[in-house]
Design a protein around this ligand. Structure first.
Ligand code: SF4
Length: 485
């Protein structure tokens, strides 16, 4: 239900502030002549793909990194997941890693290298290390930086020239966003996961619905979510067009952070929690828009098209063109043609060739646990025609997976368990679709060519749904296969 913005704003005059406004205002250095704001960045995460040119620009101008102690690096996009021994077989990838090593050494930046045992996808290691904290401003040269909003941070994906800007000044020019509060109340049904929640939200609000907005995710479903589930949702806020997405911090946030390497220590903890609490949206905070959904209306979702907004419940059918506004219809036709679907066709039963569980959306230990719990002790095997990859999001996730024995479980079921990296999410490494293969994927984008083949086709879904598709060899309702609920 949309509540008219005017009413919300009229009432806002005497009211409190939401988290977005508080954090934005606290970090604003000044308003620029352009009307944008110069905003201090508390944390800058970098990786091998979008940073080399930015460091070259620093060198050209004879500049140093303004806050190396607030800048952290890892390697994730190009790193292969089969063997990571150096030198890497791909010469370009090896060069990119070497640039990152040199740049971080020259400029005094901490680099979470594979050799240290703490490498991983940039949006997985930030939280894992306790670097991502409530009330912070965070940026990274990757679109899915919105992930960090799960902690009540304002986190922005930026381009290479902005990476340079932040390295040189620790600030970023930002326009102020409107804030839409998205409440999901009630309870999710068994077999419905955080991934389904965000795919559902994007399907309802559209891939451009969030343009100009920050999304505040709230309500009983988010209150009950773990931090990892909140990260999955915030990760894909950008796919709904929002510049960032966040969840207000609470005890779940503090429990996750306590004791992590870069989290405040015992002496600073109480002060930190008091600050974090003060950053929460006030109960009477105004919003530019408010949307409410019920958890009970959400089903396991599967994308059928070429944007993350083109999805249907697993027992649904490919929608007719007439279900979309006229301006979207050319894109819908393009999606039918590219994906090979006809309107009215059920999505369940779509044969798949590849299954991918991983990425910064769903490559965390809880994602692997959800799958492991369902296949343990049961004679499930990956279908013979399916190549199924499980790629942990970080070396820490992998270590935990091995400690729990999931690697053996997955391997015995016919999955290939790989080394950490972005893998088939973006396919800037050897993990690529071939020809027009169809991939059931737990990643975040189903754009044409996203998984490495210009004609490869991606169906986004939750890790449990990917596992079910891998086993059946086709899109299937995981609730039935695994007898969930
Ligand atoms: S997993 Fe995908 S979205 Fe995430 S950082 Fe890597 S390439 Fe980007």
């Amino acid at each position: 239900m949309n509540i008219p913005c005017a009413i919300l704003l009229e009432e806002s005059v005497e009211l409190g502030k939401n988290l977005y406004e508080k954090v934005f205002d606290l970090h604003t250095v000044r308003q620029l002549p352009s009307g944008a704001y110069q905003v201090l960045m508390g944390l800058h995460l970098i990786h091998e793909v979008t940073s080399p040119q930015a460091f070259a620009m620093l060198r050209e101008r004879g500049l140093r990194v303004m806050c190396p102690e607030r800048t952290f690096a890892t390697v994730d996009h190009v790193i292969p997941t089969d063997r990571q021994e150096r030198p890497l077989a791909d010469v370009v990838a090896e060069e990119m890693v070497q640039h990152l090593e040199k740049n971080t050494a020259d400029f005094g930046i901490t680099y979470f290298a594979p050799e240290r045992g703490d490498q991983g996808i940039v949006h997985i290691i930030g939280p894992e290390k306790g670097l991502t904290q409530p009330g912070m401003t965070i940026c990274c040269g990757d679109s899915h930086t919105s992930t960090h909003g799960a902690f009540g941070a304002l986190a922005f994906g930026i381009g290479t020239s902005q990476v340079f800007e932040v390295l040189a000044t620790q600030t970023l020019a930002l326009r102020k966003l409107k804030v839409r509060r998205i409440e999901v109340n009630g309870k999710l049904s068994p077999g419905v996961y955080a991934k389904d929640v965000i795919l559902f939200i994007i399907a309802r609000l559209g891939v451009k619905g969030g343009v100009g907005f920050a999304y505040e995710f709230a309500g009983e479903v988010f209150d009950a979510f773990s931090m990892e589930e909140r990260m999955t949702v915030c990760n894909m806020a950008i796919e709904g067009g929002a510049r960032c997405g966040y969840v207000n911090p609470d005890q779940t946030t503090y429990d996750y952070l306590r004791g992590r390497e870069f989290a405040p220590g015992n002496s600073a903890w109480e002060r930190a929690v008091a600050y974090w609490e003060s950053m929460k949206s006030d109960p009477d905070a105004p919003y530019d828009d408010l949307v409410r959904f019920r958890g009970e209306e959400i089903e396991p979702m599967v994308t059928w098209g070429i944007t993350p907004g083109q999805s249907v419940p697993v027992n649904g059918t490919i929608p007719p063109k007439s279900a979309f506004p006229e301006h979207e219809q050319p894109l819908i036709e393009e999606a039918y043609e590219f994906m090979g679907f006809e309107p009215g066709q059920p999505i369940a039963g779509t044969r798949i060739d590849v299954a991918f569980i991983g990425s910064c959306t769903n490559g965390r230990i809880s994602d692997l646990e959800a799958v492991a719990t369902l296949i343990r002790g049961r004679d499930f095997k990956v279908a013979p025609h399916v190549k199924a990859l499980i790629v942990p999001g970080s070396q820490a996730v992998k270590a935990e997976m091995v400690r729990r024995g999931y690697d053996r479980l997955f391997t015995e079921a016919g999955f290939e368990v790989r080394e950490p990296g972005c893998s088939m999410c973006l396919a800037m490494n050897p993990d690529k679709l071939q020809g027009n293969q169809v991939c059931a994927s737990s990643s975040n984008r189903n754009f044409k060519g996203r998984q490495g083949s210009p004609t490869g086709r991606t169906l986004l879904m939750s890790p449990v749904m990917v596992a079910a598709a891998a086993i059946k060899g086709e899109v299937t309702d995981a609730r039935e296969l695994f007898q969930i609920g």
